[in-house]
Design a protein around this ligand. Structure first.
Ligand code: CTP
Ligand code: MG
Length: 229
């Protein structure tokens, strides 16, 4: 897709980070010298294909987020807005701030601080043949089983058909806006699942193991190691 197409990024950072259990929301815990969210915002800001960024933060953190963007020189961040109770709500609130002329919207988790430029390139390049959405995905190392509430195995899923998906996930802006308008959007654990529900054509490209999601303290340590590697 050529440079003429406007590409915006929505960085969702409005979660509380319960499993990390820090005193700040997860996006604002220290990651080296900056808050965690600064790493992915900085990577998107530096990426030549990204025209603008909307940052979605916990209510009450908007000003600190704006200050942080100034501090790191992330000039593409247009606005920092408060998120909602679920990830899907936060994405929808962010997408509402994206200008109408954006053709593609990248949605990225602030909880994934390591965002290699080539991962963004790979996701955007896959739009060339008419997809509605493109998501980065990794093959699974473990076998996955479906189990019932009593812990009995119901079935073993064919591993070669399974993928663990990451962000950034990119979508045609009109399709993403339509998918987010669904009344039951809160039940979608990623944006792609909402686009799938309205019949969207979602493709996968190779993910990047460095783009791990920080959930626990150990993940935070691992991400710091990866960054300095
Ligand atoms: N997120 C968000 N708004 C929410 C919930 C999540 O913007 N209401 C964002 C998080 O900030 C994070 C991403 O979605 O960048 C993935 O969510 P997750 O890793 O689950 O983060 P938290 O919800 O903050 O963590 P936890 O589930 O441990 O509370
Ligand atoms: Mg969560």
């Amino acid at each position: 897709m050529g440079d003429a197409v406007a590409v915006w990024a929505v960085v969702v950072a409005a979660g509380s980070g319960e499993r990390l259990g820090a005193e700040h929301p997860k996006a604002f815990v220290a990651f080296g010298d900056d808050p965690l969210v600064a790493a992915s915002v900085g990577a998107l800001d530096e990426h030549p294909a990204v025209d603008g960024i909307v940052l979605v933060v916990p209510e009450g953190w908007e000003e600190r987020a704006t200050f942080m963007c100034d501090e790191i020189g992330a000039g593409k961040v247009a606005v920092a807005v408060a998120g909602g109770p679920t990830r899907s709500d936060s994405v929808a609130l962010g997408v509402a701030e994206v200008p109408d002329d954006a053709a593609l919207i990248l949605v990225h988790d602030a909880a994934r601080p390591i965002l290699p430029a080539e991962l963004v390139d790979r996701v955007l390049a896959a739009f060339a043949d008419g997809a509605d959405g493109v998501v980065p995905a990794l093959e699974l190392a473990d076998t996955v089983k479906r189990v019932d509430a009593t812990g009995r195995v119901v079935e073993t899923l064919p591993r070669t058909e399974l993928r663990a998906v990451q962000t950034p996930q990119a979508f045609r802006a009109d399709v993403l806006r339509r998918a987010l308008a669904a009344p039951d959007r809160a039940s979608g654990t990623d944006c792609a699942s909402l686009v799938e529900r309205i019949g969207g054509d979602v493709r996968v490209v190779a993910g990047d193991a460095r783009c791990l999601k920080v959930t626990t303290r150990a993940d935070l340590e691992r991400a710091l190691e990866l960054r300095s590697a």
